[in-house]
Write a protein that binds this ligand. Structure first.
Ligand SMILES: C[S@@+](CC[C@H](N)C(=O)[O-])C[C@H]1O[C@@H](n2cnc3c(N)ncnc32)[C@H](O)[C@@H]1O
Length: 324
């Protein structure tokens, strides 16, 4: 069995360019746009993936997903997906995904948690062993040279693993052990960790350093069973800043072309809605009537799954569009 591997398609990360990040103004570069070619990295999913992925049938399925922290990919394999393709506008997300997949292969459950989770087991103090360099050294040789050099530069810049993990490189909002272990079945117990490890072993995961806007233009018909768009729809107004009807445009220009690439019976997880019962709407996708009306223009079958959020007292939802 070979190690899990990311196969970069299309534009590859350019290590000289990545290296310049660390030369000056790292914070400005990473934070100038929320989602750009070089932006802050999600260390773990912010969605409650465990809340809904078990309700979808991933067994033997071909999945296209936002890459992010790598958690969507790991959880999809753990749920039985046969093939997963990741895409992300942020080049650094691919590096994190490589680190996660190879740590999953090389470390046991205890060591994996100690390496990635920000808090100690009690959840009271910050974990002094997070991103321990000696543990990274066990994984580094399995990374692509670009990912390896990126993390080496990170360790060089921030000196201590703890400083690196707490640094501006990562979006650490809501990043508590309890929330991350609720959201991700694969770190909820040793048994689930072993299931994910076995499922990811030897998998070659295609990875596109591309925006969703770029991805949709290159898809072939019938190539996926499940497509997971995370909460990109929350940012439709940023993708189409001059358009009042930004969610409709998002649907016409991005969801519609995706619908051609799913097989009959296939599902697009078109939008993840945080705090779905909150009536203070942030953008159009939070408004139940509007999102239903707009997403139904795709001709796909609309439904919503609602489940507990990882934030106590709240519920989240995922909008499912099914190819009838
Ligand atoms: C939408 S974000 C937010 C975190 C997400 N809810 C999760 O649980 O992982 C996840 C990832 O989507 C990527 N992303 C955001 N907008 C994108 C777009 N238009 N095309 C491709 N990737 C995008 C970001 O770079 C980030 O790594």
């Amino acid at each position: 069995m070979t190690k899990p591997k990311l196969i970069y398609r299309g534009e590859k990360p350019n290590i000289a360019e990545v290296g310049t990040l660390f030369e000056s103004e790292l914070e400005r570069k990473l934070k100038s746009v929320k989602f750009g070619k070089y932006s802050q990295i999600y260390s773990f999913a912010t969605e409650n993936l465990a809340g809904y992925m078990g309700d979808l049938d991933f067994e033997g399925k071909r999945v296209l997903t936002v890459g992010g922290s790598g958690d969507q990919i790991i959880n999809a394999y753990a749920c039985g997906a046969s093939q997963v393709v990741g895409f992300d506008i942020n080049m650094l997300a691919g590096f994190m995904t490589e680190l996660k997949l190879n740590a999953l292969e090389n470390l046991n459950f205890g060591k994996f948690k100690k390496f990635f989770l920000r808090e100690t087991e009690t959840g009271i103090e910050l974990n002094p062993n997070v991103f321990d360099k000696s543990v990274f050294n066990q994984i580094r040789d399995d990374l692509s040279s670009e990912a390896r050099q990126f993390f080496e530069r990170g360790y060089g810049w921030f000196v201590e693993g703890t400083m690196l993990r707490e640094s501006i490189l990562f979006n650490n909002a809501y990043d508590t052990n309890q929330k991350k272990q609720l959201a991700n079945k694969y770190i909820s117990s040793d048994e689930e960790f072993k299931i994910a490890k076995k499922a990811c072993r030897g998998k070659e995961t295609e990875w596109h350093c591309s925006s969703l806007q770029e991805i949709v233009s290159g898809l072939k018909p019938n190539s996926f069973d499940i497509i997971m768009l995370s909460n990109i729809a929350d940012y439709a107004h940023k993708i189409y800043p001059d358009c009042e009807d930004y969610l409709q445009k998002f649907t016409d220009e991005l969801i519609n072309p995706l619908s051609n690439s799913i097989c009959p019976g296939g599902i697009i997880c078109a939008a993840y809605i945080y705090d779905v019962d909150n009536s203070e709407y942030r953008t159009a996708v939070d408004q139940p009537d509007i999102r239903k009306k707009i997403f139904e223009t795709t001709g796909l079958q609309y439904s919503e799954l609602k489940f507990d959020s990882v934030i106590a007292g709240q519920r989240d939802a995922v909008v499912l569009l099914k190819n009838k």
